[in-house]
Design a protein around this ligand. Structure first.
Ligand SMILES: [Mn+2]
Length: 500
């Protein structure tokens, strides 16, 4: 039992964070309060959500490890698949529906939990089987079922709207719930922040472990493996928040490197700059941290120049972000800071304000400054109606939100500087941009790769709180890596039996 926390709670052991079920009852209460304050919502409405479904790999019977759908997780914290949940708006009463499992389940999957155990574990008012949904909902006499329907502005995909046999017997409204629940998810509670701080801490320690153990000659994916092992073994994180991006050398400039077609399988060369973007996930709360450093632990002058330009941009935003500030302005601030540092370093020439007008920043950082983070790594609520729309210009159009900051928001601050041949060639061929580039210097940096410095940050009443703790200055990184040089690293030996 974790000290100071009343059961029930989720935990992966005493070395991991115990998360109380009250985190989710508070989320439900906040959602109900918002709906009550919405004059379009009939007070006799019932929120009705469907959780994630158990799936198998293609036509096989192999089941990947289930991960709950994020809206359902946020609302109920239920770890099992194939569940539904209802919440009465008038009084917040909550009902969970779980699948009625066949007797054989007890043979293959383990003891079938009684309904009462779900009620206790998830602190809901009542629990029934999925095949009882129609009868139980009829007893609740809802004027409306509020189901979840809306587009995720990061993926362009629609939410998984609840459906069940017999839903046609009820009046359904699928327009009111989405903006309200998405807005609730934008502002984190103190309970949620404790989970985010925990997972950011585990992921920070895992990044430091990689920093100490990376060696020239290793495969990039071996660094991914060290990270995953640390997060799971020490932090109870069965999942990562996204596919690990472990680019070394020129791969650092491939923004979504690590995918199945480029599976972090390059051998890391001596002196390569490594760009490692990895985050563990705990109980469906995410982290998203990027560290960039030379594989051999010693920055060259060129690496220092680019690294410090990105760090200056990151720190400028960290110091300027606070409630009321526009996220678009923060992106612009990061661009301006980076361009002026690159100019000081001799890569660029001319007036920085002119560079800003020509949008030179997007040549070096084609992506947005950062995004909301929570139950999804690119968390919801970036472009809800009533908030600024997505800007149109390159760089800015990749921003995942254009909103003004509010206390309780959690975002990533992730400026980067990449030397992408395609974008450099385009800029050199464009007279509006080429005049700012020092050609021989740009030539020197081709193939360099990239640097990204990504932090996870809470917006507080007065500014920001950094949620991760990784070495950030050149000196801090070199000190940690020097310490790591003393560790004996076991490297797999070449396989002696290969195809002839
Ligand atoms: Mn990110």
């Amino acid at each position: 039992m974790a000290a100071g926390i009343r059961s029930p709670y989720y935990s992966m052991g005493e070395h991991t964070l115990a998360v109380p079920a009250s985190l989710f009852s508070l989320n439900r209460n906040r959602l109900v309060d918002r709906l009550k304050n919405n004059s379009s919502v009939d007070k006799n409405s019932v929120i009705f959500l469907q959780g994630g479904n158990e799936e198998t790999r293609y036509c096989s019977d192999v089941g990947p490890v289930f991960r709950q759908e994020s809206y359902f997780h946020w609302t109920f914290g239920v770890t099992e698949p194939d569940c539904y949940g209802a919440i009465r708006v008038s009084d917040g009463a909550s009902v969970l529906f779980v699948p009625r499992l066949p007797d054989e389940y007890a043979v293959w999957m383990g003891r079938i939990a009684p309904l009462e155990s779900y009620r206790v574990r998830y602190e809901v008012d009542e629990v029934y089987y999925v095949d009882e949904i129609v009868d139980r909902l009829k007893e609740m006499q809802p004027s409306n079922l509020l189901t979840l329907n809306g587009v995720n502005s990061d993926s362009g995909k629609n939410c998984h709207e609840a459906t069940f046999e017999g839903i046609s017997q009820f009046k359904v409204d699928n327009t009111l719930l989405h903006p309200e629940i998405a807005e609730c998810r934008v502002i984190k509670t103190d309970l949620e922040l404790q989970v985010l701080r925990y997972v950011c801490d585990v992921s920070s320690r895992a990044h430091i472990e990689v920093m100490k153990r990376v060696r020239s000659g290793m495969k990039e994916y071996q660094c991914e493996a060290i990270f995953q092992q640390y997060c799971y073994y020490h932090g109870g994180c069965r999942h990562c928040s996204y596919t690990c991006i472990c680019g070394s050398g020129t791969n650092g400039s491939v923004l979504h490197y690590g995918h199945a077609g480029a599976p972090n399988d390059k051998t890391i060369a001596d002196g390569d700059i490594c760009l490692f973007d990895m985050g563990g996930e705990y109980y469906c709360y995410t982290s998203d941290i990027t560290c960039s450093y030379p594989s051999n632990g010693k920055f060259t002058d060129d690496q220092k120049l680019v690294y410090n330009a990105v760090l200056a941009a990151n720190r400028a935003v960290l110091n300027a972000a606070k409630p009321g500030v526009s996220w678009v302005d923060m992106h612009v601030l990061a661009n301006r800071t980076m361009l002026s540092t690159l100019k000081d370093g001799g890569l660029l020439q001319g007036d920085v304000e002119e560079m800003m007008k020509a949008n030179l920043g997007a040549t070096f950082q084609p992506h947005g400054l950062g995004h909301f983070m929570g139950c999804d790594v690119h968390d919801v609520g970036g472009y809800l109606s009533g908030h600024p729309e997505r800007p149109a210009v390159p760089g800015l159009k990749s921003l995942r939100t254009a909103r003004a900051l509010k206390a309780g928001m959690v975002l990533t601050i992730e400026p980067g500087c990449y030397f992408i041949d395609h974008l450099l060639d385009k800029a050199l061929a464009d007279s509006k941009l080429s005049k700012f580039l020092v050609p021989e210097k740009i030539q020197q940096f081709r193939g360099f790769g990239g640097v990204r410095i990504e932090d996870d940050v809470l917006i507080t009443e007065t500014g920001t709180e950094l949620l991760n703790t990784v070495p950030r200055t050149v000196e801090e990184i070199e000190a940690v890596m020097a310490e790591g040089k003393n560790l004996k690293i076991v490297v797999p030996q070449p396989l002696d039996k290969q195809f002839k």
